[in-house]
Design a protein around this ligand. Structure first.
Ligand code: RBF
Length: 171
């Protein structure tokens, strides 16, 4: 491992997202943390050439609803002849005092993976599963400390463009 190793995603070079259509589905649970994540994904995709009018944003109540909504919206867009190239379901789960966190995190992550594999479209894992609210804020780039942390939505936006191009290009 190099001395200047920095944990996280290495930026991919030469990504051109022009012409790509991307679906973002986000939760209203933990909205103040979800909103900067959505904004981070949108900003990054636009900086890579994706047109704002090609980014469709829809809401659901909570993370448990993300797989169903993503699957349904991908299918209806395809049926209407305007298929998406990728989807980014975005939600923030924060551990509470019961087992809810574990059940929702497990169901949502497996569901999100399944939707992508079944649709044959890259579906990015835009879920934060945090032990505390502070952890979640830092991972949305709006931390309370001197360093605001890192906005993972930006990585998800870049991932959506990179994976869309990979899927289009094929082997
Ligand atoms: N949804 C989230 O996206 N993040 C959460 O942290 C979250 N915590 C929840 C905690 C409890 C006790 C309950 C009942 C629901 C929670 N949900 C959360 C909502 C869940 O994903 C879903 O919207 C609802 O359970 C309705 O299906």
């Amino acid at each position: 491992m190099s001395k200047d190793f920095v944990k996280g995603l290495t930026v991919a070079d030469g990504l051109n997202g022009s012409g790509l259509r991307v679906l973002i589905v986000h939760t209203r649970w933990n909205l103040p943390i979800v909103e900067p994540l959505v904004q981070g994904a949108v900003n990054t995709m636009k900086s890579l050439g994706v047109s704002e009018s090609d980014i469709v944003i829809r809401q659901v109540p909570g993370s448990f609803e993300l797989p169903f909504a993503t699957q349904t919206l991908l299918a209806s867009a395809k049926a209407a002849g305007r298929p998406f190239d990728a989807a980014i379901p975005i939600g923030v789960l924060i551990k509470g005092s019961t087992m809810h966190f574990e059940y929702i995190a497990d169901a949502a992550s497996h569901g999100i993976m399944r939707v992508g594999l079944e649709a044959g479209i890259p579906v990015i894992f835009g879920l934060l599963t945090c032990l505390t609210e502070d952890q979640a804020l830092e991972r949305a780039g709006v931390g309370k400390g001197a360093s605001k942390g890192h906005n993972h939505g930006e990585d998800w936006g870049m991932g959506a463009v990179e994976m869309s191009l990979l899927a289009k290009k094929g082997a």
